[in-house]
Write a protein that binds this ligand. Structure first.
Ligand SMILES: [Zn+2]
Ligand SMILES: [Zn+2]
Length: 212
């Protein structure tokens, strides 16, 4: 029934307890954790499937006003080639670097009777504008990696996923895989010829009808 345990129960699946490290500037805390992939990294077509493993290794360095995290995250990216629709997957490792400031909740801030709150508000406002800032949660007792992992992997996803850089894709006319059929082409199968052929057949039918 410890309060720490109760607090942890309220935290997300990506929260790491850091209260001890935060309270001792200069301390470092090693991290080697497998998190479930958060939602929203890519989509069904291409991305890191929600709930699959993301292996995070790194170090949390305690500063006066928060933690600095540096490390790497590894996950398997799966999906389909945008040109030939073949299933593709590969292991990806991204560098992580984030400042995790101690922020004080509004309620806790009010309890402090305003002492020093103006200073911390200004500090947080300034830090919010900088990139890669992920404030600690649970009144500074937890480092939450959900948003950090999502952001890092979204940035790492290619705009157009391809099975290989020179994928030839599918034939736009019949859909055959041009990688497996490099010599494939359509002899005089131009859509304009199709239209003429249709017109010819129509005229022939009409001729037949009037002939009867
Ligand atoms: Zn392809
Ligand atoms: Zn074709």
């Amino acid at each position: 029934m410890s309060t720490t345990r109760d607090k942890h129960a309220n935290q997300s699946r990506w929260a790491v307890p850091v209260a001890q490290t935060v309270s001792q500037p200069g301390e470092t805390q090693e991290l080697d954790v497998v998190f479930p992939a958060p939602s929203g990294i890519g989509d069904d077509f291409y991305g890191v499937p929600e709930g699959s493993d993301i292996h995070v290794v790194g170090t949390l360095d305690s500063l006066v006003n928060g933690l600095m995290f540096r490390g790497t995250a590894s996950a398997r990216i799966v999906g389909r080639c945008a040109r030939c629709l073949k299933d593709i997957s590969h292991d990806a490792m991204v560098d992580l670097s984030a400042f995790m400031p101690v922020t004080v909740s509004k309620a806790a801030e009010n309890d402090r009777l305003g002492r020093g709150s103006k200073v911390s508000e200004t500090l947080v406002d300034e830090m919010d504008e900088a990139e890669d800032v992920y404030p600690l949660t649970g009144n500074g007792e937890f480092a939450d990696f959900e948003a950090l992992l999502r952001d890092a992997f979204i940035q790492a996803l290619p705009l157009i996923p391809l099975c290989s850089p020179d994928c030839k894709g599918l034939c736009p006319q019949c859909g055959i895989d041009l990688n497996k059929n490099p010599d494939h082409h359509h002899e005089s199968h131009d859509i304009r010829w199709d239209a003429l052929e249709g017109l010819k057949q129509q005229l022939e039918k009409q001729d037949g009808a009037t002939g009867e």
